[in-house]
Design a protein around this ligand. Structure first.
Ligand SMILES: CC(C)(COP(=O)(O)OP(=O)(O)OC[C@H]1O[C@@H](n2cnc3c(N)ncnc32)[C@H](O)[C@@H]1OP(=O)(O)O)[C@@H](O)C(=O)NCCC(=O)NCCS
Length: 176
């Protein structure tokens, strides 16, 4: 994770999440997902351990979105485990900026690819991921609590890239 925050033009920043963000993360989780929510216990464990990297995008007053990536010892595959932006903050490129930064960090950790699952009916997220270079490689029937199928997507990374953001298509790139 970066030692410092990444300053964004709007005075918002992207920075590693910490225990002080727990309440905001739980609020975002509750308002953005109908099922398969991360529990407080899971968040606490993931925020304090080495196995996950969590980034938040925030203004001085609010956490507006977050991305949580899992890493496994001995594996060069990063897994995007959870990703959400508050409803009232959507459509401003926040997810795109979080995505760019988390791809950069996973590459900097030496990962060669990132994988994720998403609900088959999640049109907005699918478009976001495809524009960021993810491609479908498998499907997982009845993956979610409500038995909705998952699409499994992956994207190659260039390991060791530490200094510049990896661009994704469209507007709203990080000015790193
Ligand atoms: C998916 C989500 C994270 C997008 O957040 P956002 O900050 O609004 O996204 P951005 O403004 O950065 O948009 C990035 C891209 O996503 C896609 N996108 C975002 N919202 C979209 C929508 N309603 N319909 C279609 N595409 C959409 C677009 O490709 C967009 O880029 P473009 O406008 O240049 O085409 C947000 O809608 C969300 O939190 N949804 C609920 C939780 C969720 O589904 N998480 C993903 C779980 S797999």
């Amino acid at each position: 994770m970066p030692a410092a925050s990444l300053q964004l033009p709007s005075s918002a920043v992207i920075r590693p999440a910490g225990p002080r963000d727990l309440a905001a993360l739980l609020e975002i989780e509750a308002s953005c997902f109908e099922s398969d929510r991360l529990s407080e216990r899971s968040f606490r464990r993931l925020l304090s351990g080495e196995s996950a990297g969590t980034l938040v995008e925030c203004t001085q007053r609010h956490v507006r979105g977050y991305a949580l990536v899992l890493y496994r010892r001995g594996s060069r595959t990063a897994r995007l485990y959870s990703f959400a932006v508050r409803r009232e903050c959507r459509g401003q490129g926040i997810a795109k900026r979080l995505m760019t930064e988390m791809l950069r960090l996973a590459a900097a950790r030496g990962c060669t690819r990132m994988r994720l699952e998403l609900r088959r009916d999640n049109v907005a997220a699918r478009r976001l991921y495809e524009r960021a270079g993810f491609r479908l490689f498998a499907e997982a029937p009845r993956f979610y609590e409500d038995r909705m199928d998952a699409l499994r997507l992956e994207r190659p990374l260039q390991p060791g890239r530490t200094t510049r953001a990896l661009p994704i298509a469209g507007k709203g790139k990080l000015a790193a």
